[in-house]
Write a protein that binds this ligand. Structure first.
Ligand SMILES: Cc1cc2nc3c(=O)[nH]c(=O)nc-3n(C[C@H](O)[C@H](O)[C@H](O)COP(=O)(O)OP(=O)(O)OC[C@H]3O[C@@H](n4cnc5c(N)ncnc54)[C@H](O)[C@@H]3O)c2cc1C
Length: 493
């Protein structure tokens, strides 16, 4: 059991996006006499990538009472309405499909029948890309200005929004907000943690001396100080299903009048390249498998793509996976310290914010006295959420490319069991929320709705058109009429 009713010192190790979001959340959760302190090491710094959010970034800012307009102004942020995938089917630049953040109140997302989304199924039967049915989709292709994007959002838009942002500016901005709200900011290096005989952390040993603690959020990034190195929590590896392990980040200038409103993900010979358009620049990076290319070859490939030289930043290495028990007694790992898969679909900050939202919920709903069972269920739900991310990303690689040794390996690697089960049912009938409910347990929100899965699965031809048509045929006549009115060409079923 964890009793936080008399906690006096809450410590967050790490001052990256995860650490500062945690500080703001815990400051709000605990009363004013509790000291919430962030310790970060300026000599280590932050990872400095991770510049695209999901839609829960906006709800997290709202719940912390941080105006999104201020966030945008202070962090060089630009609107993000989803992703554009380039070259994932044929390898050609013209081969594009979209995964968009949608406003569910508009067609075709607002019609449900028999636990599936019939208008979307109708689009699938007719080979009409889901993106082209999203209200206002054209403005993405037109690459409207940020100012015009505000008008679209204020005018009953078809989109939900998130942001592209400068990660260093985000850390500084959240730090400023947290310090204004009373969080203590200490710049020093942590070198050890002292635990008592029952396994509860008691002291943090820093270069400036020891600090007492009642609870630690381990947001130490890839240092993975406490849950990883000190407590040696067991690691769940995804390397059999997701193969990328290196990233070369770099910046380029805008190659268009306005920043694109989506993250561009371009398939490459041994992985893929992200382009995240901010107001001032594009943050880019090639994330690849070190088994199939070298850093020099990767840089050559990037330069060939753009037709100019780039200035690569330090190469980052990572292993896809997560810790199984991120919360142990009075320590919880968050952000990169808890796990990381790869940057596809920008899941890391999204998962971190969901983990934090559920941490707050479990602690406050438990009246600050949390049972071991609740902590166990939290860890189980966190693992399920990571499995959802793993399977969603694995689906992106279930694409027709086999033109390089990397893509051949991808095509010949077995699926995770849970993804194989999903694929099997998508090949029989329309996808529905029921299929993915196992990824969101004990009150967690899944990182992705079934609509997100459909955007990608439809583009990669992973949903049976016949299966969808058969389901539409057995709907009551009135519903069929609605569908026919929505898509005239459906008159033959
Ligand atoms: C290639 C790549 C691309 C990514 N792209 C995306 C994306 O598009 N979208 C997304 O959501 N996420 C992305 N991520 C993940 C994203 O970068 C992180 O989720 C996010 O930045 C949060 O990082 P963090 O706060 O966990 O760690 P960091 O930002 O690395 O912060 C770690 C903190 O811990 C401190 N620290 C470490 N050791 C010590 C010590 N001994 N003593 C004191 N302090 C210490 C550091 O000084 C630092 O302040 C990407 C990651 C990578 C590697």
């Amino acid at each position: 059991m964890l009793d936080l009713r008399h906690a006096k010192n809450i410590t967050i190790i790490g001052g990256g996006t995860a650490g500062w979001f945690a500080a703001l959340t815990l400051k709000r959760m605990f009363s004013d006499h509790v000291k919430v302190q962030v310790i970060e090491s300026p000599s280590i710094g932050i990872v400095g990538v991770g510049e695209g959010g999901l839609i829960n970034l906006v709800s997290a800012l709202n719940s912390l009472n941080i105006p999104t307009s201020e966030f945008m102004r202070e962090t060089g942020a630009a609107f993000k309405w989803g992703f554009c995938y380039e070259g994932w089917r044929t390898g050609e630049k013209e081969d594009e499909f979209y995964h968009l953040f949608i406003n569910p109140k508009h067609e075709p997302f607002n019609h449900e029948a028999a636990a599936f989304l019939p208008l979307i199924s109708a689009l699938i039967t007719q080979n009409i890309p889901l993106a082209s049915a999203v209200k206002d989709f054209d403005v993405i292709r037109q690459r409207i200005s940020q100012k015009d994007a505000i008008d679209v959002l204020q005018n009953d838009s078809g989109f939900a929004t998130s942001f592209h942002f400068d990660s260093h500016k985000v850390a500084s901005f959240l730090c400023k907000k947290a310090v204004e709200r009373g969080v203590i900011h200490t710049q020093t290096k942590v070198h050890d943690i002292v635990f008592n005989a029952e396994g509860y952390a008691q002291q943090i040993l820093t270069e400036q001396g020891p600090l007492k603690t009642d609870f630690i959020i381990d947001a130490s990034g890839f240092s993975r100080l406490v849950i990883g190195k000190k407590l040696k929590s067991s690691w769940s590896s995804f390397k059999d299903y997701l193969w990328l392990d290196r990233a070369i980040p770099f910046h380029v200038s805008h190659h268009g009048k306005n920043p694109e409103l989506v993250t561009r993900a371009t398939a490459m010979k041994a992985g893929w390249m992200w382009q995240i358009p901010l107001v001032e620049r594009i943050g880019a990076g090639y994330v690849f498998s070190s088994e199939f290319t070298t850093e020099d070859q990767a840089i050559d490939e990037i330069q060939q793509y753009f037709g100019f030289e780039i200035e690569p930043q330090k190469t980052l290495s990572f292993k896809p996976g997560h810790y199984k028990k991120v919360w142990q007694k009075n320590v919880m790992a968050l952000g990169l310290a808890s796990g990381f898969v790869e940057p596809l679909e920008a899941t890391s900050i999204g998962q971190m914010l969901e983990q934090l939202r559920m941490f707050e919920r479990v602690v406050t709903h438990s009246g600050w006295v949390v049972s071991d069972l609740s902590i166990e269920q939290y860890n189980q739900a966190n693992t399920a959420s990571w499995h959802g991310i793993r399977d969603f990303l694995r689906m992106h690689y279930d694409c027709p490319r086999q033109d390089t040794p990397f893509w051949q390996k991808v095509a010949n690697t077995p699926y995770p069991e849970s993804y194989a089960a999903l694929k099997e049912v998508f090949m029989q009938r329309s996808p529905r929320m029921e299929d993915i409910k196992g990824y969101a347990q004990y009150g967690w929100n899944g990182i992705f709705h079934v609509v997100n899965w459909i955007f990608v699965a439809q583009a990669l031809n992973l949903i049976s058109k016949t299966g969808c048509a058969q389901e539409l045929q057995i709907l009551p006549i009135e519903q069929k009429k609605q569908i026919i009115a929505y898509i005239e060409v459906l008159s033959n079923f």
